[in-house]
Ligand binder design. Structure first.
Ligand code: ZN
Length: 215
């Protein structure tokens, strides 16, 4: 009985120390790569096709979440990537964390959303061009709604927030939330084609897996 109690306390202590992050997640975050390795098809399809889990209350307060968010932002804004959004599975972590560039706000800032999801879709359906850092060097025309209502967890208060977003930013939210459900834009696209400008726009982009990358 005493041994069992000791075992349970050890497990609780281990979980608390790790902030609820798995050894793999701590390895990716701890590697501190700048920019981070971006997962690609077909090599990393296991990660890209896995639905992501919620970030737990313990993880919300952890230094690892702040570090992950910081590294993801540096990756999506890196000149070699030049993206407008990124989701955690694209850096090897199946958690519901994304960055979205808010083209609907002054200064077009990047903002981080945790435990993000779509409550509803509304408005017209348009068929605009999309690409994805994880699907080089392709582009495609994808039907998307012009508006979404998103929910996410406020990092300061832990409360669930809801927001109505329209226009191009709403399309980015749809693309990034799809990533968290293991869905890629090529699954929804009317047409997919090789983009001649892809490589030109992303000179210096390195898709070499780090030596330690063994998910
Ligand atoms: Zn993408």
């Amino acid at each position: 009985m005493a041994m069992k109690k000791l075992w349970i306390w050890s497990l609780l202590l281990l979980t608390a120390c790790g902030g609820g992050w798995s050894p793999w997640e701590r390895q990716v975050i701890g590697a501190g790569q700048d920019p981070m390795y971006v997962t690609v098809l077909p090599l990393d399809s296991a990660i890209l096709r896995t639905p992501s889990s919620e970030v737990s209350a313990a993880q919300l307060k952890s230094g690892e979440l702040k570090e992950l968010a910081h590294q993801m932002l540096r990756t999506v804004t890196h000149p070699s990537q030049d993206g407008v959004g990124i989701a955690a599975p694209q850096v090897g972590i199946n958690r519901r964390v994304v960055w979205v560039q808010r083209f609907d706000k002054p200064g077009e800032p990047f903002e981080c959303y945790v435990n993000v999801g779509l409550d509803s879709l509304f408005g017209e359906i348009t068929h605009g061009p999309e690409g994805c850092l994880s699907v080089p060097p392709m582009r495609g025309y994808v039907p998307r709604y012009s508006g979404v209502v998103v929910h996410y967890t406020d990092l300061e208060t832990g409360a669930v927030c809801r927001e109505r977003v329209e226009g191009y930013t709403a399309i980015i939210f749809q693309h990034e939330c799809d990533h968290l459900d293991g869905i890629l834009y090529i699954d929804r696209a009317d047409t997919v084609f090789v983009s001649e400008s892809w490589a030109r726009e992303r000179q210096g982009l390195d898709y070499t897996r780090p030596a330690w990358w063994k998910p």
